[in-house]
Design a protein around this ligand. Structure first.
Ligand SMILES: Cc1cc2nc3c(=O)[nH]c(=O)nc-3n(C[C@H](O)[C@H](O)[C@H](O)COP(=O)(O)OP(=O)(O)OC[C@H]3O[C@@H](n4cnc5c(N)ncnc54)[C@H](O)[C@@H]3O)c2cc1C
Length: 441
């Protein structure tokens, strides 16, 4: 059942966990973020019997800047929810202010659309349900075994529920769309798990689904504050939310960068990629910020405030009490993208860094490309060929889509390199427009 709240959309499960375990599914999708919901949508549109499983209750926030680039907007239009996003208050951003410490420029960009993930993911999951997808909410799925014909997925209510711990759903194919952590790959039994078993299960995942995490990876953090708090807590002549044209602000400091923009519901979205050591609170600026706040808490708001101050933004001490969500290390890549009837999509495949709106369009594009492969695999019974084909598609997407992201990530590690790039962009608008088009269009 679907219900509309006054400001946010909630999405209820369409079936009970027992019913889900009694069916034989064509496809089970684990994770109802953008990649998972979109894959479920397109697979159902092709006539497949799909179960979508989400660990959280929607609407929920998650770490994300929430900026949809042109490609993502087109794909959401083809799913039929772009107008719904606009009606829900998604904010078009037409200016980019980039600042590396004291050097900053403001440029026009192809319009981005800023939306909270709680809004987007709920609308996307609703579209999947309308397309015929069965949805199980607040349930964690874990792949436990595979035989020749099918994959078994253990279903556990996310809030502990004794009666449902051993329910198993069966599917010909499983799509893993559980984000950076790739949760769901390891065999898991939450009721019995000891720390020893958890370690063994992690090792098992690492062996069977190896991935690389970059040694200098940053972590992602996110917070929403009201527009009123923004006005009261921050002052800067350059960093503006913008009026009438809305502005995405990308601010880079010694320990990472912060993206700030207005989002739906009158909320200001702050999303940052931070060097993990900046959270230990051992740099000079963060010490002075803590003293200013009269406390001694190292942590995320201090690290973010430090970057803002380096970029000339005055930050009120109240900001240091804000609550943030965080991710594990961002820069990682899964070596294997499909095997034994399990396909990875979205962030589960790997990720560079969140500069450009790349993440969500990558997940949405994965969905468009994977669904026909799954359909064909089930029609012919040849799932192995679909796995091989998916590996080729991902390799090509990685080459073409992530090149700019990797380049930006390298420049952003050094103050002088990124300031030099900004100056060149300012001097040569045609070059700037070309790169910006690749990066944000
Ligand atoms: C700081 C930051 C800013 C960003 N800004 C942008 C931006 O502005 N624009 C952009 O396009 N991208 C941005 N990104 C990237 C974007 O957030 C991701 O690429 C995108 O969320 C990936 O979508 P996904 O569906 O693969 O995974 P996710 O969105 O992470 O969704 C995974 C889902 O799976 C669920 N789940 C996890 N485990 C299980 C399980 N075992 N069973 C069931 N469900 C499970 C989770 O609850 C979650 O809902 C940003 C990322 C960061 C870190």
């Amino acid at each position: 059942m679907i219900s509309m709240g006054t400001t946010q959309t909630s999405v209820e499960a369409t079936l009970h966990i027992d019913e889900a375990s009694r069916e034989n599914w064509d496809v089970i999708v684990l994770g109802a973020g953008v990649a998972g919901s979109a894959t479920a949508f397109w697979a159902a549109k092709l006539g497949l019997k799909v179960l979508l499983i989400e660990a959280k209750r929607f609407p929920r926030e998650k770490v994300c800047g929430g900026c949809l680039n042109s490609r993502a907007q087109q794909m959401l239009e083809s799913i039929g929810i772009l107008d719904d996003l606009r009606s829900a208050g998604a904010v078009p951003l037409t200016q980019l202010h980039v600042r590396v410490q004291q050097l900053g420029y403001t440029w026009s960009i192809p319009p981005l659309l800023s939306v909270r993930r709680s809004t987007l993911d709920s609308l996307l999951t609703q579209a999947a349900i309308r397309a015929g997808v069965s949805f199980l909410s607040e349930t964690t799925g874990s792949i436990v075994s595979k035989d020749q014909e099918s994959v078994q997925v253990r279903l556990q209510r996310t809030k502990h529920d004794e009666n449902s711990t051993n329910l198993i759903a069966t599917s010909k194919i499983v799509v893993l769309a559980t984000g950076l952590t790739r949760s769901g790959l390891a065999p898991r039994n939450a009721t019995l798990a000891t720390s020893k078993q958890t370690t063994a299960n992690q090792a098992n995942t690492a062996q069977t689904w190896p991935s690389t995490i970059s040694h200098d990876s940053r972590i992602g953090v996110h917070c929403l504050i009201s527009e009123e708090d923004w006005q009261a807590w921050f002052s800067s002549t350059h960093v503006q939310l913008g009026s009438p044209s809305r502005q995405l602000n990308m601010l880079s400091g010694s320990n990472g960068y912060v993206g700030i923009c207005l989002s739906d519901g009158g909320q200001v979205d702050l999303a940052a990629a931070l060097a993990p050591n900046s959270l230990r609170g051992n740099t000079q600026n963060s010490k002075s910020m803590r003293n200013h706040a009269g406390g001694n808490k190292a942590g995320i708001p201090h690290a973010v405030a430090e970057i803002l101050q380096e970029c000339g933004v005055n930050v009120a001490p109240e900001f240091l009490n804000t609550k943030w969500q965080s991710t594990p290390e961002l820069t990682r890549q899964s070596h294997c993208v499909a095997k034994e009837n399990v396909f990875l999509v979205g962030d589960a495949l790997g990720y560079i860094e969140p500069f450009t709106g790349e993440g969500m369009s990558w997940g949405l594009e994965n969905a468009v490309k994977l669904a026909p492969l799954l359909h064909q695999a089930l029609a012919t019974g040849d799932i192995h060929s679909a796995e091989t084909e998916w590996a080729k598609v991902v390799q090509l997407q990685r080459r073409t889509r992530q090149t700019v992201c990797r380049w930006v990530a390298r420049q952003a590690r050094s103050r002088w390199k990124s300031q030099w790039v900004l100056k060149v962009f300012q001097w040569i608008p045609s070059l700037r427009n070309q790169i910006l088009k690749k990066a944000v269009a």
